[in-house]
Design a protein around this ligand. Structure first.
Ligand code: NAD
Length: 323
């Protein structure tokens, strides 16, 4: 890691500005790697990795996430099949579709876009995805295995896996470090905490009922922020030199911006950049890595189903220059 400039003369020396972790550049390298792997898989097996996406309802953000995932798949040669069900689709319809996709040998991965309409039971729907096709890694078995040291899940959820990959590529140490995770959702916070625990960090998980948040966050060498609250983390909540990963994504109205809005995270970027040692931007940080890891997971799903084995960890890393 490059040494950072220090502001001298004050009572406390502190970094002038954090290193920005460029998620777009890292994701580009991973996409190129997956593309080459998909081509090699096709040459070896005559098969093409296939991802089925299911969107229930017309949530605009969900529609754009699914479109982005489909586009990314197409770019690397992964075939996608999209199923758009009406928001009032009942459980039998959804479970019937999942059953057909489970039996389809051309479908190696199944992704149900969250959130589901409130009348559907998330546990039941996600639990109906076969383990070996659970490319989002949200099945209780996959989450459970993530928490067991010495046992591997089939898949690690894409956002925590993307964050881990960013930390590793940026050579930010994890073992023995104090990690604080804001958020305990199934998608980000909980699997992130389990992953960091596996990698020997000392982990604290905070949530909406955690009092005196700043006292906890200031102890973090690694601060993962996935609370879904714009502007939650201010500069004074961050330990000087800490690595801060901003997972939040929010549209805030901005008449100057194209489309009338801009994207911000859970972290007050201009403040935290003055204190942290490393920081992910929004946009262009965790988001692109999440999509890249979905491609990695879908490739691995196809390899496991067609060729019999695949590790859940995205190794070997892209053979391009490190940061
Ligand atoms: P969620 O609403 O399911 O969970 C939020 C979590 O944060 C909850 O566990 C809650 O207890 C906790 N929380 C709420 N307020 C808090 C506070 N004041 N202090 C500490 N903890 C608090 O959200 P999620 O699905 O985990 O997503 C979190 C954010 O990350 C959202 O902004 C979402 O859009 C974004 N996200 C980004 C990506 C990506 O690829 N960049 C992927 C998934 C989610």
């Amino acid at each position: 890691m490059k040494p950072r400039a220090l502001r001298r003369g004050s009572h406390e020396e502190r970094p002038v500005a954090a290193r920005i972790l460029d998620g777009r550049a890292m994701a580009d390298r991973w996409r190129a790697w997956v593309k080459a792997q998909v081509a090699a898989f096709r040459d070896r097996t005559g098969r093409v990795p296939g991802l089925a996406t299911i969107l229930i309802g017309d949530h605009p953000a969900s529609q754009s996430y699914v479109r982005a995932k489909q586009r990314a798949c197409a770019e690397v040669g992964i075939r996608t099949l999209h199923h758009h069900l009406p928001g009032e689709a009942d459980r039998r319809t959804v479970l019937g579709l999942l059953g057909r996709l489970a039996d389809d040998p051309e479908v190696h991965g199944i992704l149900v876009q969250l959130p589901l309409p409130p009348h559907l039971d998330e546990e039941e729907i996600l639990g109906a995805i076969p383990l070996e096709k659970d490319v989002d890694g949200f099945h209780p078995w996959n989450i459970g295995r993530l928490g067991l040291k010495g046992r591997d899940p089939y898949f690690v959820p894409c956002t925590p896996l993307g964050i881990l990959t960013m930390l590793q590529e940026a050579q930010i140490p994890i073992a023995g470090r104090r990690a604080v995770v804001l958020g305990r959702s199934r998608i980000v916070g909980l699997p992130m905490a389990l992953l960091l625990l596996r990698l020997d960090a000392t982990v604290t998980v905070c949530h909406s009922r955690t009092p005196h948040l700043a006292e906890v966050t200031r102890q973090a060498d690694l601060l993962i922020v996935a609370a879904g609250r714009p502007g939650l983390v201010r500069g004074e909540m961050v330990r000087p030199g800490a690595a801060v990963i901003d997972v939040g994504i929010h549209r805030v109205p901005d008449p100057q911006a194209p489309g009338g809005y801009r994207l911000v995270g859970d972290v007050v970027f201009e403040e935290v950049i003055q204190v942290a040692g490393a920081l992910t931007p929004v946009p262009g940080g965790v988001g692109p890595m999440t999509v890249a890891m979905l491609l990695v997971n879908t490739l691995k799903a196809a390899q496991r189903q067609v060729e019999g084995s695949a590790s859940p960890w995205p190794e070997p890393p892209p053979a391009t220059a490190p940061l």
